[in-house]
Design a protein around this ligand. Sequence first.
Ligand code: DC
Length: 224
Amino acid sequence: MSERMISVAIDGPAGAGKSTIARAVAGKLGFIYVDTGALYRAVGLYGLRKGADTTSAEQMLPLLEEIKVEMIYVEGEQRVLLNGEDVSEAIRLGEASMAASNVSAIQGVRDFLFDLQKDMARRHNVVMDGRDIGTVVLPEAQVKIFLTATPEERATRRYNELLGKGQQVDFDQLLAEVKQRDYNDSHRAAAPLKQADDAVLVDTTGLTKEESICKIFELVQSKL
Ligand code: DC
């Protein structure tokens, strides 16, 4: 590699707006947006399809030998292939979120997906979002952002999103789930969610999507 690529790492809890912001900022910069959560979702989906207990390292680790996960870009959009099958939609459905969360707590799964993420950043200028990008995957990233919002704000966004899809939801239950997931993500042994020492903390509470994108874009520009 003759020139070093540029990496922007965006980490933070679920619902802080990472994917929306990372995708938009990548578009403005002409960088590739890498959604690393999709990789964990693909592994989780495989476990589900095999009827495995996705919380069990003993059951999940042997399955990794049967799995090939790839990321490809079609018209600028990331697609995830699981053994050649495009699972980009399937990984968003039903139990796949919980399965992804379960497998992401298994260190061997994290190791399995590490090279794929590293390799993307070695070959392209990227905006990569996840939970451990600034701390573990790309500690050398030129820009690191830890994106957050209060649990109430994140639950409200999710509430409005589901309502928009015509789904009946209980706000208090959503809020409890957000808090539980935060706790799980930040207390797990393998790569717990935490802000890198050199990451800039950005709180999007009270900001619109456009304001958040603008703020992050300006921040990235000031760092590059
Ligand atoms: O961002 P997401 O909801 O698509 O992520 C799915 C799961 O994978 C989520 O429970 C957190 C986990 N994850 C992770 O542990 N590390 C990453 N870099 C990205 C996602």
